[in-house]
Design a binder for this molecule. Structure first.
Ligand code: SF4
Length: 137
């Protein structure tokens, strides 16, 4: 059993109201249970919503609103689910300020990628959950 970014399973939870449906991830459902989570929705943000990026240890919307508490709350909710089901591994959408694994964006909203992890990925890894990106599947 694994946790997976809900948008990878085709759920419309992305900031723009769309998804990141990934057939390779969906095909994993043949052999195992995948629990869909969207940390940003679980943190109380609506869909659609403004895009957000991490600057330092905080998260801001494109309009400059500090959404750090929503992102932290979403991460805690995902951790609760992981603990409840004794989850040891998660497959997350890379690049997201919540779910990013190998890279995130630099906080300038100019499409600049930098090495780094999303807020939920950081928390899960600290708690011993292995997080891999959809590209590592
Ligand atoms: Fe997908 Fe994660 Fe963004 Fe939700 S927070 S839309 S699950 S990448």
């Amino acid at each position: 059993m694994k946790i997976v970014s809900a948008c990878l399973l085709g759920i419309n939870c992305k900031y723009d109201g769309g998804n990141n449906r990934n057939e390779k991830i969906i095909s994993l459902l043949k052999d195992e249970i995948l629990i869909p989570v969207c940390p940003e929705q679980l943190g109380g943000l609506s869909t659609p919503r403004s895009p957000s990026e991490i600057r330092g240890d905080r998260v801001y919307s494109a309009e400059g609103e500090d959404l750090t508490e929503n992102f932290k709350r979403g991460a805690e909710e995902v951790l609760k689910i992981a603990k409840l089901y004794r989850i040891k591994e998660a497959i997350f959408k890379d690049g997201s300020p919540s779910c990013g694994v190998n890279y995130i964006y630099d906080g300038t909203f100019k499409g600049v990628r930098i090495k780094g992890k999303g807020i939920t990925t950081r928390l899960l890894e600290r708690e011993g959950v292995r997080v891999i990106s959809e590209k590592d599947i």
